[in-house]
Design a protein around this ligand. Sequence first.
Ligand SMILES: NC(=O)c1ccc[n+]([C@@H]2O[C@H](COP(=O)([O-])OP(=O)(O)OC[C@H]3O[C@@H](n4cnc5c(N)ncnc54)[C@H](O)[C@@H]3O)[C@@H](O)[C@H]2O)c1
Length: 255
Amino acid sequence: MLIEGNSALVTGGASGLGEATARAIVERGGRVALVDMNADKGQALASELGDAAVFVQADVTSEEDIGAAIEKAEQLGPLRAAVSCAGIAWATRTVNKDGMAHPLDAFAKIIQVNLIGTFNVMRLCAAAMTKNNPLADGERGVVVNTASIAAFDGQIGQAAYAASKAGVAGLTLPAARDLAKAGIRVLAIAPGTFDTPMLALLPEEARQALAAGIPFPQRLGAPADFAKLAVHLIENGYLNGETIRLDGALRMPPK
Ligand SMILES: NC(=O)c1ccc[n+]([C@@H]2O[C@H](COP(=O)([O-])OP(=O)(O)OC[C@H]3O[C@@H](n4cnc5c(N)ncnc54)[C@H](O)[C@@H]3O)[C@@H](O)[C@H]2O)c1
């Protein structure tokens, strides 16, 4: 898929991995609808990117919000890429040290945003993409979702987060199969530990310990590393139905 001249909808586009992906798409001549709840950061980035970008304040779990965001994206050019980076983190043990069970509403909230939100964006964007003219190879669009290595090696306290991300990894192949006839590819990236505002919530000591556990390169991932892979997945028309780890060979220990 050629990025230049086409539009992409990027959720979580105001921060971290989504922001870096939006910047990379614009650098390649694409247009971006930045979809996020954070209006201050989203609007600031859209103004910086100029005519190539628009900010849409939207909740990924809302059908109405995402429908409106798709309309905005289509005003910038044919919507041929959807990148889902919106997500939230949460850590609590299934039963905590005081014997309290994991709050069910917290589990449901993580699934709602990370899994159902991602699916909501994918299904609505894919439906819009089916109306695109096929390119020479029959391709109409591409969806790139964000899982996590927690989908495969979730740590203590990550039952909800890991379940949400395993759901994102799990839907990749069946969605690619569902959308094959329409010429729409579906992929997921499973990042390791990346230096974004999400990770900045951890104390510096904990961030350094995380970096020290990465075989090579022994550093946290940079948002630009993620963006490079995201644009490659958009551009490489033979990649489909796969979740790709991007983690410097990190395999997370229990804690
Ligand atoms: N940073 C990491 O180490 C890491 C590792 C693995 C996976 N991930 C995943 O990568 C994605 C991006 O994470 P990040 O590190 O860039 O985080 P981030 O907090 O910097 O960015 C996430 C963005 O999503 C937005 N968002 C949250 N809920 C939303 C909703 N309901 N609707 C619309 N927007 C919403 C936030 O406002 C924020 O701007 C997330 O899905 C995260 O789970 C991150």
